[in-house]
Design a protein around this ligand. Structure first.
Ligand code: ZN
Length: 278
């Protein structure tokens, strides 16, 4: 049984935006200590990075899209919810005061009522929190393979999933099959490996192209060194993750194209936010 409404992309209405992407709004919505070996294949299991949890808004002439959205703050802040949802050694996520996602959306001058849809790079719970805020007419777009992974797992808690972020009455899910143009100037691309249906998002802005990598590249080192992420799902996960890193590295080499790693504390886009907020 699935409570969410499932829609094939081919049958889904066009995203309720006008024109092409004008700008992006990067957001830092939380933090999590992550072993380097999780972010980068062959990395250290001893060295921990305090990684930002990030989201990106893509703003059109009218309307906007959201990519990921961090944790559901309630579940991270509530002790009983935390125990019920995850209890991994050395995993201690942090949500700064307030409601960082909603606060930063409002500060950027964006209205939730104008949100056309949301894209999910993958279903790990440090990305799915915003799904709880979507109305039925604001669908969540994810890969069909990712949805099947979410539905098929016997151990959501062990697999880093809050299944009910994604499986609830009132949520519309649009299922994508591989590379898909989801709105003018916005394309989802297959970067599976970290999870079975992981996707990245290519955004063609007037002056440049940005690729929101998701966890196919936690760090710029994944892109610069063409190194897979260290955490993968399935027997073919490492191979797929390597192909994903290669794909992102090749995109990054195109003139005017920049790949944004999801969790790099040193990436200037996230650093600027972390250092400017009080
Ligand atoms: Zn992840």
């Amino acid at each position: 049984m699935t409570a969410s409404r499932l829609i094939d992309h081919a049958a889904a209405p066009a995203a309720a935006v006008t024109g092409r992407p004008q700008r992006v709004v990067p957001m830092v919505v939380g933090y999590e200590p992550i072993a380097e070996a999780v972010s980068i294949a062959g990395g250290s299991s001893f060295r921990y990075l305090m990684e930002p949890v990030t989201a990106v808004a893509v703003v059109f002439a009218r309307g906007w899209l959201l990519i990921d959205g961090g944790f559901d703050p309630v579940r991270v802040r509530d002790a009983a919810c935390r125990r019920e949802s995850f209890d991994y050694e050395n995993y201690a996520p942090i949500v700064p005061p307030g409601y960082p996602l909603c606060d930063q959306v409002a500060e950027a001058g964006l209205d939730w009522a104008d949100l056309a849809c949301a894209l999910l790079t993958h279903a790990h719970f440090d990305h799915t929190g915003a799904a709880r805020l979507l109305a039925p007419h604001q669908p969540l777009l994810l890969q069909r393979r990712e949805w099947e992974h979410v539905r098929g797992t016997r151990d959501p808690r062990g697999d880093f999933l809050f299944r009910d972020d994604l499986d609830r009455a009132g949520l519309s899910l649009v299922l994508l099959d591989g590379d898909t143009a989801v709105a003018p100037g916005v394309t989802a691309i297959d970067t599976s490996g970290h999870t079975p249906g992981h996707q990245s998002v290519v955004i063609d802005l007037p002056d440049r192209t940005i690729v929101v990598a998701g966890d196919a590249a936690d760090l710029r080192a994944n892109v610069d060194g063409c190194v897979a992420c260290g955490s993968t799902v399935g027997h073919d996960g490492p191979e797929r993750a390597h192909a994903a890193a290669s794909r992102l590295s090749a995109l990054d080499e195109r003139p005017g194209t920049e790949v944004w790693p999801a969790h790099d504390p040193e990436w200037r886009v996230w650093r600027e936010i972390m250092h400017s907020r009080r």
